[in-house]
Write a new protein. Structure first.
Length: 140
């Protein structure tokens, strides 16, 4: 189960809506070895595409170094789907490289409806998990 603060959930949704019609992407880091999403990190979709996302390589390099220095792991990896449901595509499944992370998808296909779902993806297998939203803010 993904346990996430209301503020962090809202930041993911806001980022997804702000980048629409392109896919938004980013992650939430937490203390290494934990399952606590704490630090919201929106990334640039270098692909600038409504159907695909790709982290900017320089941002990714800097983030990897920063996370090592802060002793953090990617707890949540998120992106949006702009025209389809919030469910991992074949490409998402193939590219999922963090078996311990929660993969959050937000669909922005309907501006009146919020689709926010979380999955575990490991060895090509997708398992949807419950999302528990708790009161509170984000650590910065």
């Amino acid at each position: 189960m993904l346990t996430i603060t209301e503020e962090l959930r809202a930041k993911i949704v806001a980022h997804a809506r702000a980048d629409h019609p392109d896919e938004a992407c980013g992650m939430i880091a937490g203390p290494a070895g934990s399952d606590r999403p704490e630090r919201f990190i929106p990334m640039t979709n270098a692909a600038r595409s409504p159907t695909f996302y790709e982290y900017d390589s320089m941002e990714q390099f800097q983030l990897d170094r920063e996370m090592r220095e802060r002793d953090e792991d990617p707890v949540v990896i998120y992106h949006s789907h702009t025209a389809t449901e919030a469910y991992p595509s074949r490409t998402d499944i193939t590219l999922a490289a963090e078996p311990g992370a929660h993969y959050v998808l937000v669909s922005t296909r309907d501006p009146e409806k919020e689709e926010f779902r979380s999955f575990r993806i490991a060895d090509g297998e997708v398992a949807e998990e419950e999302v528990r939203v708790i009161p509170g803010g984000a650590a910065e």
